[in-house]
Structures are given as structure tokens and as C-alpha cells.
Design a protein around this ligand. Structure first.
Ligand code: B16
Ligand code: MG
Length: 214
């Protein structure tokens, strides 16, 4: 199988915004007197905003009307977006730029496959927008990871068949989505030890590109 594209998850792979997500959810939880901690936050990795809120509410055994949930999610997002203003190109995770450069030199197409509706803002803040031939994100999909929709959208935007794609992910949900899309799944960071990963690395500096593209 000749690999034609690599699809990168964004948060946790190219840039680390988990701490910003964590602080914004914590603020919302404190205001609403909900139980929340870093262990619960870990479960939100790669999960959409509304599904994240549902997990947080469920953890406290709370049920809310859809309109109230929409208000809370939008408040959290406003706090989160305020913190994105701090992001700069310095926040690109180690190994990302050399890897993108090497892939481009090898003629491999590259895309973003992110659950985030803020993906384009983040790419602009960190100055990497022009490195990607396609951006598939939370705005273009109905079902988020572990559904394969975002990665299948990325393949379609790139004009390649899913079986020729490699996905790089830091979330279990993302690895499951990659497999469901028929793609090779590379686990990095928090997902490096996942049984769902076809291959793994602690971060992008440890990319064994020949193995990833095999
Ligand atoms: P937003 P990824 C995901 O991004 C994050 O990992 C996850 O924590 C977040 O809830 C989700 O995006 C939605 O983000 O609220 O910005 O739309 O890892 O898929 O790039
Ligand atoms: Mg991620």
C-alpha cells in the first residue's frame, strides 16, 4: 500500500491546548458547582465540546435542558477562546515542523483532522495554516470521534482514498476513528500506549517515518 497522506489531529499532537480546555471547563464547573478534576478532563481528549459537557454533567449526576447546555458550552468556549489569544508559533510542539517539512519533501499530502471548531483560529495563531493541504474540523462534521467522519472528510478534501492515509492522534477516540476509517493509526503522547495504535511515539520528535508510512 503506497501511503499518500498523513492526517494530523491538532490538540495534543501539533499544539497543546489541553491546559486551556481544562481551565475553562474547571471555571464552568466551579460556577455551576459541578465535580471536575484532571482525571475527568483526560476523558475529554478528542471529544466534541457538547459531548465533553455531557460527560462533565454525567460525572455529577446532573441533567440539564439542551438550551442550558448550549449556554454553558458557549460560555466555556468564550473563556477558552480568550486563552487562545496567548498562543504563538513558539507553542508548536517539538518535532512538528521538521516532520511537516520532511513529509512535504517526500510528496506526502498533509491534513488536519480535528474535533475542534476552533481549529482554524489555532492554526492561524501558531502560524501553520499554510502547511496543510486540507483542514477537516468540528465545523464540517455531524458525528465526532470515535466516528470516522472527520478523517473521511480529510481524505475526501485531499482527494485520496482512506486506505492510503495515516492518522496521528493523542486520543483513544481518535485512534478508534482512524481504524474505523480504514486508516493506519499512530498514537502519540497520551495515546502512545494504546492497544489501538498500529505504531507509536512519545511525541513527534520520535517519528519513525518509514514505519509510519509502511
Ligand atoms: P472545541 P482535537 C479536540 O481537539 C480536543 O482534544 C477536545 O478536548 C475538545 O473538546 C474538542 O477538540 C472540541 O474543541 O471546543 O474547540 O470545538 O484533539 O480533535 O484536535
Ligand atoms: Mg487531540
Amino acid at each position: 500500500m503506497s501511503r499518500q497522506a498523513v492526517i494530523f489531529d491538532l490538540d495534543g499532537v501539533i499544539v497543546s491546548t489541553d491546559e486551556y480546555h481544562y481551565r475553562a471547563w474547571q471555571r464552568m464547573a466551579d460556577e455551576q458547582e459541578l465535580r471536575f478534576d484532571r482525571a475527568v478532563n483526560e476523558r475529554l481528549r478528542g471529544v466534541s465540546r457538547m459531548e465533553s459537557l455531557a460527560i462533565i454533567l454525567d460525572h455529577s449526576g446532573v441533567r440539564l435542558a439542551p438550551e442550558t447546555m448550549a449556554e454553558l458550552a458557549s460560555k466555556k468556549n468564550a473563556w477558552y477562546r480568550d486563552s487562545l489569544a496567548q498562543l504563538t508559533p513558539q507553542d508548536v510542539l517539538p518535532g512538528a515542523l521538521p516532520l511537516l517539512s520532511e513529509l512535504r519533501a517526500r510528496g506526502i499530502r498533509q491534513a488536519i483532522g480535528s474535533s475542534s471548531k476552533n481549529a482554524r483560529t489555532i492554526l492561524d495563531r501558531i502560524g501553520l495554516r499554510d502547511w496543510f493541504d486540507a483542514v477537516a474540523d468540528g465545523n464540517g462534521i455531524v458525528r465526532s470521534k470515535p466516528d470516522p467522519e472527520v478523517f473521511l472528510l480529510a481524505a475526501r478534501l485531499l482527494g485520496v482514498v482512506p486506505e492510503t492515509c495515516v492518522v496521528v492522534e493523542d486520543a483513544e477516540a481518535g485512534l478508534a476513528a482512524a481504524r474505523a476509517a480504514g486508516m493506519k493509526a499512530v498514537g502519540v503522547g497520551a495515546a502512545a500506549n494504546s492497544p489501538l495504535a498500529h505504531c507509536a511515539a512519545k511525541d513527534l520528535t520520535g517519528a519513525a517515518l518509514d514505519e509510519w508510512l509502511a
